[in-house]
Design a protein around this ligand. Sequence first.
Ligand code: URA
Length: 232
Amino acid sequence: MRLDKFLCDALGATRKEATKIIKSGDVTVDGVMQKSGAFKVAEGSEVEWQGREINKPGPRYIMLFKPDGFVCSHEDGFNQTAFMLLDEVKMETLHFAGRLDVDTTGLVLITDDGQWSHRITSPKHKCDKTYRVWLADPVQASYQQAFADGIQLKNEKAPTLPAQLEVIDDHEVVLTIHEGKYHQVKRMFAALGNKVEALHRERIGELELDEMLEPGEYRYLTQEEIDSVWNK
Ligand code: URA
C-alpha cells in the first residue's frame, strides 16, 4: 500500500493532509524516514509518525482495565470517559462491546468491528460474563438456588437466565451471567434484598482481564483471543 494511503486510513487524514505530514519528515517506515507518498509500505512494516507507531488500517480489538469513575461513552458532561484512557487515532470509530457502570471496574472490550462486538452483546449468543461482587449484607444460603432458577427483576417480563454463583466469603461472591440487561448484577442482588457495594468484571466469554494490566491500562487482543469470540 502507498504510504499516503496508509496514513489516510490510519489517521483518518485527507490525501492532502497525509502528503503534508509525510513532507514534514516526521514519518518513518521500519526506522527510515520516507518523504514520498508513493513509497510502498510492505505487509508487516512498522510506520511511525513523530516517533509513535501508527495503527495499521484494519479492525482494532482492545482490552481495557476500566477504573472506577470512568463512563463507557464517547462524551459525558460530568465524568471522565473510558476513551480518555486510550492513546489511539480515529477514536470515533471505536465502540464498547458491552458497557460497565461508572462505578464498576474491570474488563471492557473496545473495537471498531461491529460484527465481532455483536457476537458478544447480542442476547442470542448468551455470552458469559463473570463478575466479582462485594455485598453490603451477608450472602444467604438461598442465593445459589435463586440465581440458578432465575430472578424476576423489576420492569422485566421474564426472569433472568440461570446464573452460577460461587461464594467466596460472607460478603464476596463470583457471579457468571449469560445476558447483559441494564444494571443486571445490581438489580439481581437488589431483588434478593441485598446491595452491591463494589463490582468488578473479570471475564467476558473466554477473555479474562489480563493480570498484568493496572487500572486504566489497555492492550491489544491476540489473534487467538479475537478468534475465541467467533469460535464460541
Ligand atoms: N451489572 C451491573 O449492575 N453493572 C455493571 O456495570 C455490569 C453489570
